[in-house]
Design a protein around this ligand. Sequence first.
Ligand code: PMP
Length: 438
Amino acid sequence: MFDFEKNKLLSANNAENFSLAEFIKPSGKSLIEKVTPFNEFLSNILEQGKALYCRELMGPCEHSSLIFDQITKTPKKMLMFGSNNYLGLSTHPKVKEALIHAVENYGIGVGGPPLLNGMSTLHKKLERKLCEFKYGENADDYDAMLFASGYQANLGWVKALISGNDILIYDELSHASLYDAVTYLNNDPFNKVKTLRFKHNNIAHLKILLERYSSICKGHIFVTTEGVFSMDGNLSKLKEISELCIKYKATLVIDDAHGTGILGENGRGSAEHWKINDAVPITMGTFSKVFAVTGGFLLAKKEVIQYMRYFARSYMFSAHLPPPIVAAILASIEVIQNERQLRKNLFSNVNYLVKNLNELDYGVTTDSAIIPILIPAKFDIREVNKFLNNHNLFINSIEYPAVAKNKQRLRLSVMATHTEEELKKVIKIFTKLKKEFF
Ligand code: PMP
């Protein structure tokens, strides 16, 4: 049977830059031969209750959710700490109402990609609303474009804007979609673009690269990073990065998947947090985190968006978001703007958990709604998560090869709607975990 341990990771130890295929090297003459080694491995850990993937939600995704337990094969209510639904918007009454209303008025789809099949009035409204939300009084200078996913938004801007003699410099802990966009660029025989990685959040390294390449680059330099890094919950040093970009005349693109709706006084995201809203020429975001639906977006000056609509292949060749989803996002933005208490609750919940987990010596830190809990390499993290699952705690574990063995972690995703009682229960479970495991 396939053995993970015996296989060496070729790519960087980065959650976003590996493929299981690298380990398994699927081969065989028939399709079944090809898929069998991995399936045997998976069946084995599934039987042991140690593959907590693709879990089945039997109702809405809420602070506590009804889950079909893979281990006991029965439904049970679990504390939900494994969702990006940070503000609980997936079940917010105003969001649900807007969605239902849109079904009545717009039906469920536009039947194709925006360039040819068009977009609804709701799509246009959302483009405008995103500009107002992110840029306030400067909204008129900007435009937005919507994608079927954040993944596609990342492929979209990279492929649309970077060509010829351009250079792309990106943080080594960038998301898989950015890595795939880079692969996409590097495999284009007509387009020999240079792509460079800078060490995670390392300003000195980024400066060296910018200094070295800005004098020899015959095209334009793009620098990209994330507002909030999803595996560690930490923030990128956006202010310093933005200053470097200005100095070296590079265009900064922020992936604010986990910052939008959460950070900044008005929930506008990472750029607002660092007070550099006008110094970020391009923002990419997703509707799959705080908005808890699907879709992605790009925000930039009007002329840049207009250009990208005709050059971003993942926009041109993929169907547009369903209008009811667009209506839900519009309603969610209003909730984010009007119900500031939600963000306060979220961070008060985060602070409570960080404080209490640290009293138990878990040594956690975060700047966002994501709390990583490192599990020393000598422990079987799958066994740990099975224990948590058995105690009705739904949480994600991130294990080797997604991260280095000494970086394996549980990833606690906090919601504004978690109650005090639920938080106390989590701390009780972690107290028990400490006693029984570590
Ligand atoms: N960027 C980051 C930083 C993300 O965390 C994600 C989602 N995991 C994406 C992009 C892709 O977003 P989506 O789920 O909308 O495809």
